[in-house]
Design a protein around this ligand. Sequence first.
Ligand code: UVW
Length: 323
Amino acid sequence: MTAETVPTMHELLGEDTPKNWGKWGDDDELGALNYLDASQVLRGVQYVKSGEVFTLQIPMGHPHGDPVFPGRQSIKRENVLDESSWDPGKESAPEFPGGLHYSDDKAEIFLQGSTQYDALGHVWYDGQIWNGYDARSTVGGNKKASVQPIAERGVAGRGVLIDMARHRGKKWLDKGETFDHNDLEEAAKAQGVELEQRDILLIRTGFLTYFYSVPNEEFYDGFMEPGLTYSRELVDWFNDREIPNLVTDTIANEVTYEPKSGVALPLHCALMRNLGVVLTEICDLDKLAEACAADGRWDFLYTAAPLNIVEGTGAPVNPVVLR
Ligand code: UVW
């Protein structure tokens, strides 16, 4: 497939692709998270049964490297103060009455370089981001639909984990392996869990396990993640079910290139830009999946709040699941 034969995002999604722009007001920056009202939080709480707590963030700065989309880099953490700062001859360390010593770090991070929430204004086509805001509002930082409204609100509701890797009898899905809403429903049925209206949807592909199991060269060779693949029916399915938040253990929550058209990441546009579905990426779902498989309970209370970064295009997060 050459660049000339690949359709534009506009052509692939079509003029009549569903949009929720204006549904929650002309100034909305939360999108489908608006579905998660107080009744949804209380619904989620009902699925806390055994008191187990799972955190979903991967380590930032793992010796293996962090799983990042090509072009991004792992965190660069630098220690600026440690005990050696007070070694004889060093003049930079602060002196406090009583002799207090402490360590300090600073870090350079890609906001999308680890477990993260994408801001709704993180992707676009045709010059408009979520809710119809001008894409020029992203210049120098997202003035509209940044990660801040998500950080200030927080996310809580009933989460359901669909373990596609386990369902297909694999440790991890292959590069470029796809699935759709019918596969999710089939897997949910096999797991004995019902996907309900307004559920936060978590999908495990095992691809993070693959990342940490193989050399980086192998992982990035012909970079192609497995994942959900675009169809109009799938977009309608998300919209009809009022799914507020899609959470996966892949870097970009969908197959990297839609196989038929070759378009990159069309669900980012169809779900996030157009419907306001919030994306959470690079989550460690392995331990949670083990626990769910052990007792057959695949639903729980999902909670998260990304860091509140002014005009951020996204932000690191450590989601917490209570079950
Ligand atoms: C891109 O937008 C390229 O990826 P992600 O959703 O992982 O930030």
